[in-house]
Write a protein that binds this ligand. Structure first.
Ligand SMILES: [Zn+2]
Length: 71
């Protein structure tokens, strides 16, 4: 997966967002039409959300590891 900076005037793909996309998320070997377009605002929101959601999950896993080691 790759993220490319674009300036082609396409709209953001996030539901309800009408801003212009600045980034394209693409999958290797897949057609360009399957790219996901994101505006800077949605990209920043996603980045923060992913960081908190995925980062939070990782912390929980680490806690379980510590508990298992204590037993
Ligand atoms: Zn957007």
């Amino acid at each position: 997966m790759d993220i490319t900076k674009i300036d082609s005037g396409v709209l953001c793909d996030m539901g309800g967002c009408v801003r212009k996309a600045a980034y394209a998320v693409s999958m290797e070997g897949k057609p360009l039409s399957s790219r996901l377009y994101l505006c800077p605002e949605c990209a920043a929101n996603l980045y923060g959300l992913l960081g908190s959601k995925l980062g939070g999950e990782k912390e929980v896993e680490d806690e379980e590891d510590v508990r298992r080691r204590d037993c």
